[in-house]
Design a protein around this ligand. Structure first.
Ligand SMILES: [Zn+2]
Length: 634
């Protein structure tokens, strides 16, 4: 078990790793069948996200997958390049890098691609799209260069400069004063007769995919607990109408389903891809509760009010009667859409602030994803950026525990905490616009960094008293170190787009400028971010957290923007180049895409499901082609 394969392959700066769901086989049959139907509902929506991310993605993917399926006799060098590009395309769900938002391109010539396609065609491939039309999409890095551009520079428009398919022909001027009826679940199109919302629902945009999702959700109903069935029915209704009121009903039903051993997230959820922060990207996850690991997270959740009462911010922003935070450690069986192949490690939903305040939220940490990350990380990576051997050893020994704990605090206490001023009507994102997501991630991270050092963690029995100081040091050192190491992910340009990265960059640089917690040191031409004073770190976190909560609570857009512009967005390209050289020397990946477990039903002679088997493909190409109904021809 211990020497099983996590790291499967490297593709340029990406790693590919396998996720295992060990507990699945021990689940009762009805839960396995339930998961089987939810699994199919998850995979049924996969193409929605590809299309949302880029209007040409599906056509591009078809070309690539047909060539790989019928590759016999294709020029070797060309085939190797098409394979490299296609793997990155799958991992990033399209031609734009998921972290930098920037486009990557095919490095062979258009003629070589055409030749490969012609050879594949002779082998039996069929092509529906036109290679000529797709030429700039495949080969020109300056054509539609960014999927999401929230900081396009003075005078430029965040919608026009973003290549995603959430808007067509719309710029910020058009949406000023325009109120969408389907803010989360529509594509907004500018026509001769004004703006039109193309609603994601049965009979609307993505009709075919959504119908299939609904069919599998319906099939799951008989196997669900009553509270989960209520939630699934509400989800089907939302998919049917697309109405925001039905979305709210579903959010509430989903939050109220607290104790079911199996759960799913399926729908238009996160808004990171939209520079306005309003349109939902489609995603799905299916998972079961990992009982063993859930114990710690439950202890934290049970004490939510204790933490809330001690938030280092103005008392008027503290919530009274914190309720309904349901926290679980879970193992995912499948992820699709925005959550795969690159996956989050923790999730807290729903995003609707007013529902969180009145009904609470559910929070999950993805245990088997963290396990796969750890299992595929090599120890040299930590040593390279640690200032002392002691720091490296500490990271090796404690960072897993520290990061599980801070992820729990981030999701369970962080996102769920705090109150906003009345005048925001429970929707601070409307005031904070494109700054909202990064600010909210900052807030949740700061809450985790603040409480990880609290004696309460020991009192709750989560960390031994003797180990606590080391765990805190490992967390603070790792946090500072990672602001430097994460620069490897932005190989081009001089600014950071991704919200979680902006957040980390901002916190660390704010602490550098406003406290004595972190020093920049150099040795042998290498730069280090060295955490030198944990008490100053903790005090700095408290001050910044008070500011950040105030900004969120008041919807102070200018203050949020100033924080990120000063500390979070821009970086020194020379420093980035140094980091890139160091990680490349170690062949260290910038990000990881995951191969999901595979389910298959076992049926009796009369077609009844008698069991569901789980297996692990250990190969990205096999899984991706299979998802598209393809299989490599020998
Ligand atoms: Zn978060």
């Amino acid at each position: 078990m211990n020497n099983r394969k996590y790291l499967l392959e490297r593709v340029d700066e990406a790693a590919v790793a396998q996720i295992y769901a060990d507990g699945f086989e021990g689940l009762p049959l009805d839960q396995k069948i339930l998961i089987w139907h939810l699994y199919r509902a998850a995979l049924a929506g996969r193409d929605i996200y590809y299309d949302q991310r880029y209007a040409h993605s599906l056509e591009m993917r078809d070309v690539l997958e047909e060539i790989l399926t019928y590759s016999e006799g294709v020029d070797r060098e060309t085939l190797a390049e098409i394979e490299r590009y296609t793997k990155l395309f799958w991992i990033n769900s399209g031609p734009h890098n998921n972290l930098t938002a920037r486009k990557f391109v095919l490095k062979c010539t258009p003629e070589a691609l055409a030749e490969a396609a012609a050879q594949a065609q002779r082998n039996g491939a069929t092509f529906t799209g036109s290679l000529e039309r797709l030429r700039p999409m495949f080969f020109d890095a300056s054509f539609e260069p960014s999927v999401t551009n929230k900081s396009p520079g003075p005078g430029k428009d965040i919608l026009s400069e973003s290549a995603n398919n959430l808007y067509v022909g719309v710029s910020m001027v058009d949406v000023e004063g325009y109120e969408e009826r389907y803010p989360l679940t529509s594509r907004l199109v500018k026509t001769e007769n004004g703006l039109v919302e193309e609603v994601y629902r049965v009979g609307g945009r993505y009709d075919r995919e959504i119908r299939e999702i609904v069919q599998h959700l319906d099939a799951a109903l008989p196997y669900a607990t009553p509270s989960m069935a209520a939630s699934l029915r509400a989800l089907v209704k939302w998919y049917t109408t697309g109405e925001d009121a039905d979305r709210a009903e579903y959010d509430i039903a989903w939050v109220q389903d607290k104790d079911s051993p199996v759960d799913t997230i399926n729908g238009f959820v996160e808004v990171y891809m939209d520079p306005r922060g309003i349109k939902g990207a489609w995603e799905a996850l299916v998972y079961y509760v990992n009982r063993e690991k859930t114990e710690n997270i439950r202890k934290i959740a049970a004490n939510a009010q204790w933490f809330e009462d001690r938030m280092p911010w103005a008392p008027e922003y503290r919530k009274e009667g914190v309720r309904g935070i349901t926290a679980n450690a879970i193992d995912v069986v499948v992820e699709a859409g925005e959550s795969a192949p690159m996956t989050p490690v923790g999730i807290n939903l729903p995003n609707d602030q007013s529902i969180r305040e009145t009904h609470g939220s559910k929070s999950v940490s993805l245990s088997n994803v963290s396990e796969a990350y750890e299992g595929s990380t090599l120890p040299e990576f930590r040593r390279e950026f640690a200032w002392t051997e002691e720091e490296a050893v500490r990271a090796q020994k404690w960072s897993r525990i520290a990061s599980e704990l801070t992820t729990d605090l981030h999701e369970v206490i962080g996102h769920a905490s705090g109150k906003v001023a009345e005048h925001l009507n429970g929707a601070p994102q409307n005031a904070l616009k494109e700054q909202y997501s990064a600010l909210e991630e900052t807030r949740a991270d700061l809450v985790a960094l603040y409480f990880v050092a609290d004696r309460k963690i020991v009192d709750l029995g989560i960390v031994e008293a003797a180990d606590h100081e080391e765990v805190v040091l490992a967390e603070y050192e790792g946090y500072a170190r990672n602001a430097l190491v994460q620069l490897r992910r932005v190989r081009e340009g001089t600014q950071i787009e991704e919200d979680h990265m902006r957040n980390r960059q901002m916190i660390v640089h704010w602490l550098m400028a406003n406290s004595t917690a972190i020093e920049v040191r150099r040795r042998d031409g290498k730069t280090y971010y060295v955490m030198t004073d944990p008490a100053a770190f903790h005090a700095g976190v408290a001050r910044l957290l008070a500011d950040v909560q105030h900004i969120k609570a008041q919807g102070d857009y200018e203050a949020a923007k100033a924080l990120f512009e000063t500390y979070g967005v821009h970086f020194d390209p020379a420093l980035r180049d140094e980091i890139v050289a160091r990680v490349d020397r170690l062949n260290m990946p910038s990000y990881t895409g995951f191969v999901q477990p595979r389910l298959e039903p076992v049926t009796s002679a009369d077609g009844e499901i008698t069991d569901v088997s789980i297996s692990y493909p250990l190969d990205l190409t096999t899984q991706m082609l299979e998802y598209s109904g393809r299989r490599r021809q020998a």
